[in-house]
Design a binder for this molecule. Structure first.
Ligand code: ZN
Length: 341
C-alpha cells in the first residue's frame, strides 16, 4: 500500500451552486484502498473518501433547498446534471467515463473536517429525523451500488439470483434482490461471518467456494437451468467468469464489482453461448442524485434493511491510518469501518 497520512488544508469555499459540508460520519470503502494502491493512477495529496454524511456549513447563492445546519447525506457520485451523459440517463458518466465520481478521484474527498459538494441541490439529500447518521451514511455508496446491482439485473419476480461475493456491496445487492422479489437468492461466499450476514439480508442458500464447485452447486440449486440473474460484486476474473457460467441463456450478468487489476476481463466462450446465448452483461457506477438518495433513505426510514450490521469497526478521524491498514489487509473480519469526526 502506498502512503496515507494527514494534511492541513484550508476549508473550501462554495461556488454559487455548491455547498460546504462539515463531516460527521464517514465509511471507508475497498475502493479507497484501490485508489491508494494506484488502481486509477497516481493521486498525490488528494483527500480520500467518498461515503459521508454531515452538517451543511455554507451554501452558494443559488442553492435553494439547503441551509447551514441541515443534516445531509451526500452521494459518493456527484454528477454534473446538465452534462450530455446525464441528459442521456447516464449521470455517473457525466464529464466522461466514471466522471460523476469526483470525490477522491478528481477532487478532494470526504475524509476531511469540511468538504465541497458541487450542485448541492441535486447531489445532497436531507436525512429524515428517524434515520441516524450511522445508518444514512450507507446510502452514499453501499445501498446505491448494491441495489443497482439488483436493478440492472432485471430480476423477474420469483426469479433466481446468484450474488458473487457477500462483501458490503454484495450484501446490499442481496437485499436489493429480495426487495425486487427474487424467489431464490444464492450467496457465493466462503467467510462464515459474511455467509451469516448474507442469510440475514435475504440469501436462501450459500455456495461456498472453499468447499465446493460453486458453478455446479448453483446449477444444482436451479434444476440445472442456471440463474436468471448473476450479480458480480467482487471484481475478480474468476467470479466474473463464474457469473457468466451460471446465468441461463437470456439471463443477465450485472457487474457491480470494481475490476482493479489486470489488462483484460475475459469471458468463458462456450458458456457465453459462443456469443449468441443472449446473456446480457450490464455495468454501472453507483448512481448519485437527490432523488435516488431520498429513495434509499426511505428504505431505511421504513426499516426495510439495517445496514449498520455491516459496521465491524469504529475509529475516530485521527486513527484513519489504522482504519486504512485494516481495510487494505482485510484484517479482523473487517466489512465497513465507520469513521467518527
Ligand atoms: Zn465506496
Amino acid at each position: 500500500m502506498k502512503k496515507v497520512g494527514f494534511l492541513e488544508k484550508a476549508i473550501p469555499y462554495p461556488g454559487p451552486n455548491d455547498a460546504i459540508v462539515k463531516t460527521t460520519k464517514a465509511l471507508l470503502c475497498t475502493s479507497d484502498s484501490h485508489t491508494v494502491g494506484g488502481a486509477i493512477g497516481p493521486r498525490e495529496n488528494l483527500t480520500l473518501g467518498h461515503e459521508a454524511v454531515g452538517i451543511v456549513h455554507e451554501v452558494g447563492s443559488n442553492v435553494k433547498l439547503f441551509k447551514p445546519g441541515d443534516r445531509v447525506l451526500v452521494g459518493a457520485i456527484t454528477p454534473d446534471w446538465g452534462d450530455l451523459a446525464s441528459q442521456s440517463g447516464h449521470s455517473s458518466q457525466s464529464g466522461g467515463p466514471l466522471g460523476g465520481w469526483k470525490f477522491s478521484n478528481t477532487k478532494d474527498g470526504v475524509f476531511a473536517e469540511y468538504f465541497h459538494v458541487n450542485e448541492a441541490d441535486a447531489n445532497m439529500a436531507r436525512i429524515p429525523t428517524s434515520v441516524s447518521d450511522e445508518m444514512a451514511v450507507y446510502c452514499a455508496d453501499m445501498l446505491s451500488t448494491g441495489f443497482m446491482g439488483a436493478e440492472n439485473g432485471h430480476i423477474p419476480i420469483g426469479g433466481t439470483v446468484a450474488v458473487f461475493a457477500e462483501g458490503p456491496v454484495g450484501l446490499m445487492a442481496t437485499v436489493g434482490a429480495k426487495l425486487r422479489g427474487a424467489g431464490l437468492i444464492i450467496g457465493v461466499e466462503a467467510v462464515p461471518r459474511r455467509q451469516e450476514l448474507a442469510r440475514t439480508y435475504g440469501a436462501d442458500a450459500i455456495a461456498d467456494f472453499s468447499k465446493e464447485d460453486v458453478v455446479q452447486r448453483i446449477l444444482d440449486l436451479t434444476d440445472g437451468q442456471g440463474v436468471d440473474t448473476a450479480i458480480e460484486a467482487l471484481g475478480a476474473a474468476i467470479t466474473f467468469q463464474n457469473a457468466i457460467k451460471v446465468t441461463k441463456a437470456g439471463g443477465t450478468i450485472s457487474n457491480v464489482g470494481y475490476h482493479g487489476h489486470g489488462d483484460f476481463v475475459s469471458i468463458p466462450r462456450i458458456e457465453w453461448g459462443v456469443g449468441m446465448a443472449e446473456k446480457t452483461i450490464t455495468t454501472s457506477l453507483c448512481p448519485g442524485g437527490r432523488l435516488r438518495m431520498e429513495r434509499l433513505l426511505r428504505v431505511l426510514e421504513t426499516k426495510r434493511v439495517n445496514p449498520t450490521l455491516m459496521t465491524t469497526h469504529t475509529f475516530p478521524f485521527d486513527e484513519m491510518e489504522r482504519a486504512f491498514e485494516i481495510m487494505d489487509k482485510k484484517l479482523d473480519g473487517v466489512l465497513k469501518p465507520l469513521i467518527i469526526f
